[in-house]
Design a protein around this ligand. Structure first.
Ligand code: ADP
Length: 488
């Protein structure tokens, strides 16, 4: 058994803005289920401590590396019982808005400091100065918010040598890079000499993600295909050079899904339950959703679902362009999402123009997301890029046939013609051709049922992913043991 500190800025069910929270909620639990002692480190945002099972204060810092007074609490994640260290620094984390942005959707001006602290604490717990009996063999960092941790560990001479955890940096989305002014380097406790291309510098700025990618012992990302794409100029978002240079230390491990939360046989959010063997309840789910959302009651209208952050990444502008075509063919569209104001407005406008045919819910609603997955016939996910993507896997499990762009994890999870429809050309036209192919199969009840059932039978459980991470941890721990011996 190894000890793993999983440092993250969000984790379901405590705090979620996107897929990272799903991974942080599920992977540590899956690792524990196969015998690893994995624990989380999470900032104490508003409500987090109160939501924990049996939290207790375990440490008080009068001034932690110049970040001020703070406490660490240890509690359990409700439901899974995964131990979580909560970093209670009210001046930085106890705020009205979300984890990264205020109530008006603006980034907090001190995000560099907020997440440098998270990284600093992760590094401290994984280094020789930790005051705790529990010491991680592995520090597993996630996205830019924890990217400075491998740098702090590697750059402190007394930590960088023998007595520290091995570090793994996982990229959940390379597009978010934690880029801040160079003037912050020393203020955040990084040595001035680290500000260079072979260090934390990124086009004249400080990048937290770059720091993690440069200093971590190993890098992983959330699908094998995305691991290849990010080494290329067109899709590497400026990091391709470094990622290509480190390709021998870069692995793609596909995310799993929470097969307990996302199970059409038991899902408490659904009006009716169903399975691959007894799919009849799916039609009832469609009937209920059409009624709930004031769509025309029509069991034969192909229902297209979309659930996403309304961001350019997700390609929903292409869906807007093909929407008239879908409606012409008798289809209905249901969208649930929130995000960029222009996209929100455009979608609202589409719904206004087509009452009974298009339903748009702007907001975040977990229950509705389950009901859409259950009710829809097709799920549209034409992302311009998609590191892994979760909704296409939820869709497959719910017998909702995904139509996806051949990018990132979408390409790894949807099998063209076997479980869904995949298009190569990144455009509205490319999407439309895939929709037409989908509608042709939809018209053939037998072929359609085969397609749905094939998707429902695919296994996307976390256990497979957890075993892949476990093998990687074992390899990294082996390397560190050798490094320690060599240094002794
Ligand atoms: P990303 O992390 O880029 O947002 P993913 O597909 O990996 O995309 O994960 C998104 C997660 O957030 C999924 O679990 C999805 O169901 C959920 N989600 C996104 N928007 C909404 C929303 N408006 N309401 C409910 N759930 C949402």
């Amino acid at each position: 058994m190894s000890t793993i500190l999983f440092a993250t800025s969000e984790a379901r069910p405590l705090i979620k803005t996107g897929g990272l929270a799903d991974v942080s909620g599920a992977l540590p639990a899956a690792l524990r289920a196969i015998g690893e002692d994995c624990r989380l480190l999470l900032p104490g945002y508003r409500g987090v401590l109160a939501a924990l099972d049996e939290p207790r204060e375990i440490w008080y810092f009068r001034d932690f590396y110049g970040f001020g007074e703070m406490r660490l609490h240890l509690g359990g994640i409700p439901g899974s019982g995964v131990p979580v260290y909560v970093l209670d620094a009210p001046a930085l984390y106890l705020r009205e808005g979300g984890p990264y942005q205020d109530v008006n959707g603006l980034d907090y001006p001190d995000n560099a400091r907020r997440f440098a602290l998270l990284s600093r604490m992760a590094a401290w717990m994984a280094g020789p100065d930790s005051a705790f009996d529990w010491r991680p063999d592995i520090l597993h960092c996630n996205d830019w918010q924890t990217g400075l941790a491998p740098a702090y560990l590697a750059l402190a001479p007394e930590w960088g040598g023998r007595r520290r955890a091995a570090t793994l940096m996982t990229i959940h989305n390379l597009a978010y890079q934690g880029v801040f002014p160079a003037s912050l380097v020393t203020a955040l406790g990084l040595p001035a000499h680290s500000f260079r291309p072979e260090g934390v510098e990124f086009y004249g700025m400080l990048s937290f993600l770059k720091a993690g990618l440069y200093y971590a012992d190993w890098i992983s990302t959330v699908s094998p295909n995305y691991a290849k794409e990010i080494q290329k100029l067109a899709t590497g978002v400026g990091m391709h050079g470094l990622l290509h240079a480190r390709r021998e230390r870069l692995t793609g491990i596909l995310n799993g899904i929470d097969t307990h939360d996302w199970d059409p046989e038991t899902d408490p959010h659904l009006p009716c339950r169903y399975s691959a063997q007894q799919p009849e309840g799916k039609a009832d789910c469609k009937r209920f959703l059409q009624a709930d959302l004031n769509l025309e009651s029509n069991p034969d209208a192909p229902l297209f679902g979309v659930i996403a952050r309304l961001a350019h990444q997700k390609g929903l502008d292409w869906v807007l362009q093909v929407a008239p075509g879908i409606l012409d063919r008798g289809g209905q569209i249901v969208l649930l999402g929130t995000g960029e104001p222009e996209l929100e407005a455009a979608w609202r406008e589409l719904a206004r123009k087509h009452p009974g045919r298009v339903s748009v819910t702007i907001g975040y609603d977990e229950g509705l997301s389950h009901r859409i997955e259950a009710a829809a016939d097709f799920f549209l996910m034409p992302s311009r890029f998609e590191p892994c993507g979760l909704n296409q896997m939820y869709s497959l499990r719910y017998g909702t046939v995904p139509i996806v762009h051949a990018t990132g994890g979408l390409k790894d999870t949807v099998e063209p013609g076997k479980t869904g429809f995949v298009f190569d050309t990144p455009s509205a036209h490319g999407l439309w051709l895939a929709i037409e192919a989908g509608l042709a199969v939809y018209a053939d009840a037998k072929a359609w049922r085969r397609l749905m059932q094939a998707g429902m039978q695919r296994d996307f459980s976390w256990e497979t992913s957890a075993r892949a991470y476990q093998s990687l941890y074992i390899k990294l721990i082996g390397e560190r043991t050798q490094a320690k011996r060599a240094a002794a």
